[in-house]
Ligand binder design. Structure first.
Ligand SMILES: Cc1cc2nc3c(=O)[nH]c(=O)nc-3n(C[C@H](O)[C@H](O)[C@H](O)COP(=O)(O)OP(=O)(O)OC[C@H]3O[C@@H](n4cnc5c(N)ncnc54)[C@H](O)[C@@H]3O)c2cc1C
Length: 442
């Protein structure tokens, strides 16, 4: 349906069961799941679909091996199952990614890992081979047999022979697997099309924002014309990520849910670095104990990322300091490589919609997701579900959890499941599908 027709239809019939604000992966995931249940749902996005944080990620579908040291076992297990499902359900957009992790010591990181396990606060440092071995064994166990190859360790001698340019200070390297989300924006658009195809009650409008709210009405603004339009939702889902508190404020509800951190990436045109990667992602502990990555993206190389507290999601840019930091980080892995600003093709930044936290470092803030409900109040007759956190990888599971709660509030039953449902072109993709462990639960 044409955008103008859709707006006109809403003017004539403003009642919607669920209004979803925010067209990033989490809002879109909920729209698709609600559509499959036959729920009348409207999604509005103030900019273009998937133009916020969902377009600024590192594009890795992963369980988050790093989160094991924060004790987030539930999240890692869930994320690994979701990574496996993405490989099966969207093989046209998601492919296996081998990852090389160099170890610069044998034993370092033990004290930190043990303190985290005992829920004591400590700052992370270098992670030695022994800590990596424990983490990877656990990661393989959670990942499930046959989904992707198991991890392996390679001796220093063999690694330096096979991987020219590697830092000779390494003790060994570990190789394991996750997946690469080649086209995140395409996946988002396909999910919207799938939703609209599966139910006439599912609608999505870009360039429409929330202007205000009172009683049982939310006033939307068409960002292209400035016109306003009133809708009457039974429930609102605030899926605006880093903008959650701002969107609540527009509806006259105060909240302090988000403590976002900015992450920036560089994309460089560097054929030598591209070749040195040998198709792998390099995932390593940088000299300041932060995890950094780089890997081939098409014929360029993506380098990331930073993790800096940030308040304003509308002004996230990669600063000069971040650029210097990221360029230098690569030399921790390939010390003789010449890399400078002239090879940068573009940079991008996004804000992680993380929960507010008093963690010692930004890397220790939980990457898990939650649905925080603001009950009716402050002059509003509807509840607001706030989707805080959530990785790209876990969007489907998060959407499923939120949808189940929404169905409960609407008094409806789940009639369709998304666990094995292909996304868009995934239904007809010819790429061989990666096996997923039978019986893997949510
Ligand atoms: C640097 C970085 C690297 C990351 N790497 C990975 C990774 O490799 N793998 C992974 O799984 N995850 C990764 N993530 C996390 C993941 O990208 C995010 O958690 C996820 O994209 C959040 O999606 P979202 O839908 O909640 O938010 P968003 O994608 O930001 O969507 C929210 C949308 O709401 C819209 N909006 C805001 N206000 C309004 C309003 N008033 N009215 C209407 N619309 C509004 C915005 O325009 C935006 O499009 C990374 C995040 C960052 C920042």
């Amino acid at each position: 349906m044409l955008r103008t027709d859709l707006l006109e239809q809403l003017r004539k019939n403003p009642a919607v069961s669920v209004l979803i604000i925010g067209g990033g992966i989490n809002g879109i995931g909920v729209l698709r799941d609600l559509a499959l249940q036959g729920v009348n749902a409207l999604l509005v996005e103030k900019s273009d679909f998937c133009a916020g944080t969902s377009a600024a990620s590192g594009r890795v579908a992963h369980g988050g091996i790093r989160y094991l040291e924060n004790g987030e076992f539930r999240l890692v297990r869930e994320a690994l199952h979701e990574r496996n499902r993405l490989l099966v359900n969207a093989p046209h957009c998601v492919e296996p990614l081998p990852i090389t992790m160099p170890a610069y010591s044998w034993m370092k990181g033990f004290f930190h890992a043990a303190s985290q396990f005992l829920r004591l606060k400590s700052r992370p440092g270098d992670r030695g081979a022994v800590v990596l071995k424990i983490g990877m064994a656990l990661y393989d166990a959670y990942s499930g047999k046959g989904a992707l190859p198991l991890h392996r360790f390679v001796s220093r001698k063999q690694a330096l022979a096979e991987r020219p340019g590697l830092n000779p200070k390494i003790k060994c390297i570990a190789v394991y697997y996750d997946a690469k989300i080649l086209y995140p924006e395409r996946l988002c658009l396909e999910l919207i099309l799938d939703a609209e195809r599966s139910s006439p009650g599912a609608r999505a409008l870009n360039y429409v924002s929330v202007a205000s709210a009172h009683g049982d009405t939310v006033t939307l603004r068409d960002e292209l014309t400035g016109a306003t339009i009133d809708v009457q939702p039974k429930i609102v889902v605030n899926a605006t990520g880093a903008w959650i508190d701002l969107a609540n404020s527009a509806m006259h509800r105060e909240s302090h849910l988000i403590g976002g951190t900015k992450g920036s990436h560089l994309v460089v045109d560097h054929p030598e670095l591209h070749k040195l990667c040998q198709g792998h992602m390099l995932f390593y502990v940088n000299t300041d104990a932060r995890i950094c990555i780089f890997y081939p993206l098409g014929h360029r190389v993506l380098i990331g990322t930073t993790d800096i507290p940030a308040d304003d999601p509308d002004s996230a840019i990669c600063t000069e300091d971040e650029t210097d930091y990221l360029l230098k980080s690569v030399q921790h892995v390939f010390p003789d490589l010449q890399l400078d600003r002239s090879q940068i093709v573009y940079t991008f930044s996004g804000i992680r919609p993380l929960p507010r936290s008093d963690a010692l470092t930004t890397g220790q803030i939980s990457r898990d997701h939650s649905d925080t409900i603001l009950p009716p109040g402050d002059g509003l007759n509807f509840a607001i579900h706030n989707l805080v956190g959530g990785k790209w990888t876990t969007y489907r599971a998060f959407a499923e959890q939120v949808t189940d709660r929404l169905l409960g509030e609407l008094g409806q039953q789940r009639v369709a499941d998304t666990r094995s449902l292909p996304v868009g072109g995934g239904a007809t993709s010819r790429r061989p599908r990666a096996p997923v462990r039978r019986g893997s639960s949510r």
